[in-house]
Design a protein around this ligand. Structure first.
Ligand SMILES: Cc1ncc(COP(=O)(O)O)c(C=O)c1O
Length: 388
């Protein structure tokens, strides 16, 4: 029998990192000591207080059964309390908050709730690849909004053709941004809300990096803007804030109909997040601030080290205000894939070519600050030998 994948799977763009993965394997086999700055997965462990709460909760048989689909009310209340404290935004935990099995899960499912075949979805390029794939899975058509340096890596809403805006159902935005490390301020969010109202578009703001910010900078929530709750949903993650990527816990907040629509899809697909993890999540959120300074201190030192090393090597990069990524300009004569290969072969430094995040990512390479200072010092040393 010939096993034929579904059309929606065949539509997924080819895996652009396959060549990088092959090269990594080959160089490792040759004994090369690779410094892998390719993956945005924190190396810092989850705080002990959160682990202790999980261990206690995991022993309790009450938590071994199916959880509530929409999440424990106590977890959703902890989210509402955190939002009030962090953004001065009030949320009804019963209707405006939904527990997610990681924010990726919510982002991947939301088009199924609102996008019909043939609808447009406005997707940033470069961007987190899930926006594009989840659009395709729902039968939608991604319309890419290019994030350009001259626009501070914010989408130019006036460049969206009117016929696309009219047929668009959803818009994804993400600030602080992966991969460009750009941030957005109130006027941009206000413009997005006005645009969405004008065209009847649901705004999905991915705020996964809202707590990874430097030098006293505090990213804002879309929900702080007047009218955002009429059109928007915001995705958050405990992954980066509390170093919990492997735990799979996040949440969505916002307009009750949008949150409820996503909840309906989830009810029919998954059975909620493990209660013991939600209880550990409550501990994480209620104790917010306990480790933030330490975590930000670690990333700040790493950011400063690598930015210095890249500048010394003659490469162009801005020191970011937020996220744990550096978005580095590729020297003119190379494509991002060629430059990534060169860095690996010459120096054993692994970065992610910008083209992997969409066509408008060409010309850049992304480095993640998810390795220790000793390895970044080594990277700084190796960068002195760069020949371009
Ligand atoms: C922009 C962005 N959004 C969402 C996620 C997903 O995070 P999680 O599913 O761990 O909450 C990531 C993970 O790398 C990301 O970079």
């Amino acid at each position: 029998m010939k096993i034929q994948p579904a059309e929606r799977v065949r539509q997924i763009p080819p895996y652009l990192f396959a060549e990088i993965d092959r090269k990594k394997r080959e160089l490792r086999e040759r004994g090369m000591d690779l410094i892998d700055l390719g993956i945005g997965d924190p190396d810092i462990p989850t705080p002990r207080r959160i682990i202790a709460r999980l261990m206690e909760a995991a022993r309790d048989a009450e938590n071994h059964r199916y959880p509530a689909y929409e999440g424990m009310l106590d977890f959703r209340q902890a989210v509402a309390d955190w939002y009030k404290k962090r953004f001065q935004v009030s949320l009804d935990p019963r209707t405006e908050v939904l527990t997610l099995i990681g924010s990726k899960e919510g982002i991947a499912h939301i088009p199924l709730a609102f996008v019909d075949p043939g609808d447009y979805v406005l997707v940033p390029s470069p961007g987190y690849p899930v926006y594009r794939v989840s659009t395709i899975f729902a039968g939608g058509i991604p319309h890419f909004m290019d994030l350009k340096k001259e626009n501070q890596f914010l989408p130019d809403l006036s460049a969206i053709p009117p016929q696309v805006a009219e047929k668009a159902k959803l818009m994804f935005i993400n600030y602080p941004n992966n991969p460009t490390a750009a941030v957005a301020e109130r006027p941009f969010f206000e413009e997005v809300v006005a645009f969405a109202k004008r065209h009847g578009i649901i705004v999905c703001h991915d705020a996964a990096y809202s707590e990874i910010a430097f030098d006293g900078y505090r990213p804002m929530s879309l929900m702080e803007v007047d009218g955002a709750k009429d059109v928007g949903i915001e995705f958050h993650s405990l992954s980066k804030t509390f170093n919990m990527t492997g735990w799979r816990i996040g949440f969505a907040v916002g307009n009750p109909e949008i949150v409820g629509g996503l909840g309906r899809i989830k009810t029919n697909i998954d059975s909620g997040a493990f209660q013991a993890i939600q209880l550990a999540g409550i501990e994480a959120l209620n104790g917010y601030g306990t480790e933030t300074e330490e975590i930000i201190g670690i990333y700040t030192a790493r950011r400063n080290l690598l930015v210095k090393g890249l500048h010394a090597a003659g490469l162009e990069v801005e020191s970011p205000k937020a996220t744990f990524y550096l978005w580095v300009t590729v020297p003119n004569k190379y494509t991002s894939a060629e430059f990534a290969a060169l860095l690996m072969e010459q120096l054993g430094i692994v970065g992610t070519p910008g083209i992997g995040f969409g066509d408008a990512g060409e010309g850049y390479i992304r480095f993640a600050l998810t390795v220790g200072e000793d390895r970044l010092r080594e990277a700084e040393d190796r960068l002195k030998e760069l020949k371009i």
